[in-house]
Design a protein. Structure first.
Lengths: 113, 115
């Protein structure tokens, strides 16, 4: 079946450091790809998405590019802030209608001042 | 409403008891989803409603789990004969319409603890 693999965490960075969180997927067809973020004490929020190969999703300084050839959707940010500390989940659309999501296990990011 | 509302936010129940978890989606959203998130894991799909009908219930783990959405808005997830392994955060999400190009809006979840 379809699956998502995220880099093992947790990840700890200093403020203004460069961030990469790796995500690779296995899927039949051409799923949409998503990054969700879960801030402490809050619900899951959609961070960005890409619906086809070579699309770049971006939001709040975060970017991810849909790479079909490497089946990857790595999350990047050039300069992280303390407020970016959260758990990040990579996901793909799945199921007969593409409506359900298959998530990775999540990566805990801690940014220190 | 402004967001997806889930009640209760926390539920502690004894093993073997019956529980109901409620989800109130964003007004006008036709698609509604239930997921389960165990500690340290990503959410796992349970069931997807399009309107009043379950379009995909392939994620329900066994026949102790059942969900309804009788009027196409509020949904209730029902768990019979609860087991300790059912302890998790149950998440509800809604979207304007089903389809892979839409991101969901998630609720804050119901934390279920079976003792």
């Amino acid at each position: 079946g379809n699956s998502v693999t995220q880099m093992e965490g947790p990840v700890t960075l200093s403020e203004e450091a460069f961030l990469t969180i790796n995500c690779t997927y296995t899927a039949t067809g051409y799923p949409s790809l998503f990054w969700y973020v879960q801030y402490p004490g809050e619900g899951l929020q959609l961070l960005l998405k890409a619906t086809k190969a070579d699309d770049k999703g971006s939001n709040k300084g975060f970017e991810a590019t849909y790479r079909k050839e490497t089946t990857s959707f790595h999350l990047e940010k050039g300069s992280v802030q303390v407020s970016d500390s959260a758990v990040y989940f990579c996901a793909l659309s799945d199921g007969p209608s593409g409506s359900r999501l298959t998530f990775g296990e999540g990566t805990q990011l801690t940014v220190n001042p | 409403g402004a967001g997806v509302s889930q009640t209760p936010s926390n539920k502690v129940t004894e093993k073997g008891k019956y529980v109901e978890l409620r989800c109130d989606p964003i007004s006008g959203h036709t698609a509604l989803y239930w997921y389960r998130q165990s500690l340290g894991q990503g959410p796992e799909f349970l069931i997807y409603f399009q309107g009043t009908g379950a379009a995909d219930d392939s994620g329900l783990p066994n026949d102790r789990f059942f969900a309804v959405r009788p009027e196409g808005s509020v949904s209730t997830l029902k768990i019979q004969r609860t087991e300790r392994g059912d302890s998790a955060v149950y998440l509800c999400a809604s979207s304007i319409t089903g389809g892979k190009n839409y991101g969901y809006t998630f609720g804050s979840g119901t934390r279920l603890t079976v003792v």
